[in-house]
Design a protein around this ligand. Sequence first.
Ligand code: GLN
Ligand code: ZN
Length: 508
Amino acid sequence: MPVQGLHIDLVRAPQQLETVLKHWPLDRVLSLGIIDGRNIWRADLAKALSVIEVATATRGRETIQIAPSCSLIHSPVDLESETKIDAELKSWLAYAKQKLGEVSALKTAVTQCRGAASQAFSESASAVASRSSSKRINNTSVKNRAAAVTENDLNRGAPFAERRTRQQACLALPAFPTTTIGSFPQTESVRKARAAFKRGEIDVNTYDAFLKSATQDAVRKQEELGIDVLVHGEFERNDMVEYFGEQLDGFAFTQNGWVQSYGSRYVKPPIIFGDVARPNPMTVTWSSYAQSLTQKPMKGMLTGPVTILQWSFVRDDQPRAETCRQIALAIRDEVTDLENAGIPIIQIDEPALREGVPLKRAERETYLNWAVDCFRLAAAGAGPDTQIHTHMCYCEFNDIMPSIAALDADVISIETSRSDMELLESFSDFKYPNEIGPGVYDIHSPRCPCVEDMSKLLAKAGQRLAPDQIWVNPDCGLKTRTWDEVVPALRNMVAAAQRARTTKVSAT
Ligand code: GLN
Ligand code: ZN
């Protein structure tokens, strides 16, 4: 191609250096993307320098450039703005500004000598050394437990057909059961109370009483609406990953670690720096409280291991699969505790499972295998009477159907209202055996769907799925909506389910 230079990402694909060195013309620029632009870890400068030296040994220095692996859009701006991270953890990190310092230290080392950048090199070496031996990072019992996981730990006690019969007997749900995806409106008052609690303006008892009344209100509203499987509403949660990260060992939080999510939306992902352990139950108090308020089944609400991994800055000193397995074990313990507390249905959300699929075909299978295994490890501690749900929004299922089926969730709820049930084709073509809640209410729109709209969608679903496979639910959580929008929409949704029960949507 008529280009003067080529940039390569040597963090994501270090193996390409050999080929590029062999073939890239000597008179053109070669830019070595050697500092990880997608993460927040301080680089191992000695290691980076040795890679650069392979290139300079082959083609001299003249045409070599040194750079971050990719655009720094995925990296927060300046580590110096973090005043609350402790000195040890901070010494392991580099944000965009620090990464540029690393690039320039490498240049100094290449063009002058390593001694000319000795401070940067020695700080980097001590960060590498302290990360590999720190007690905060290495938890032997977690490592041992993860290493001892067997195939058996990934399997529910009974096949789906048997679980289904047993769950039907325990839950006694009607045909076309209705439920929601978890969160209810995070109103102004919910956000205000959380902010006041964080600032220390209200004490824990006041905040707790507030959350209890919000939960009571949500349970009462769901009962009045006639929903079959209730949720507690997630009022105590700020964010579906942060809420769990804050209660797990091995996670840290930043003040300014903002990165772009999409458009003008920014997120502040947690940092997973060490082995992940769950010192205490994380959700049992709220789920049990909500269950104590009603005779209807309460659905426990967890974020899945793959989503927690995907939406965090992940440690780079062990394979992502390993970190994910540790998170899965923590979630597995939570499933067991919820079950022991009498919660009959548990949803493990995995909206990020699809987005983790690598672009390169050759890497896909490996990812899907460990991602599915981690979900199964998280879920399979549940007995056959406990119904496991999962939820994925905005997901292209076509090319990953075998993996979706391998999750072996008793029920999966998905986005289908915007796409007019098109996504269900993947499920019907695949003859997906378990139950499905194809979203009939587009929660991203303020518009209230009428009974007719939702009945039509259910009829379409009925053409693709067996009637006894179908659940009736919105697309996603309702936290961004108002109660004024949610109540009438859910009332119509319940009416559409009742209509489907009487008209018996047929499978043909
Ligand atoms: N349970 C979560 C909620 O309802 C799921 C959110 C999501 O899918 N992104 O908010
Ligand atoms: Zn969702």
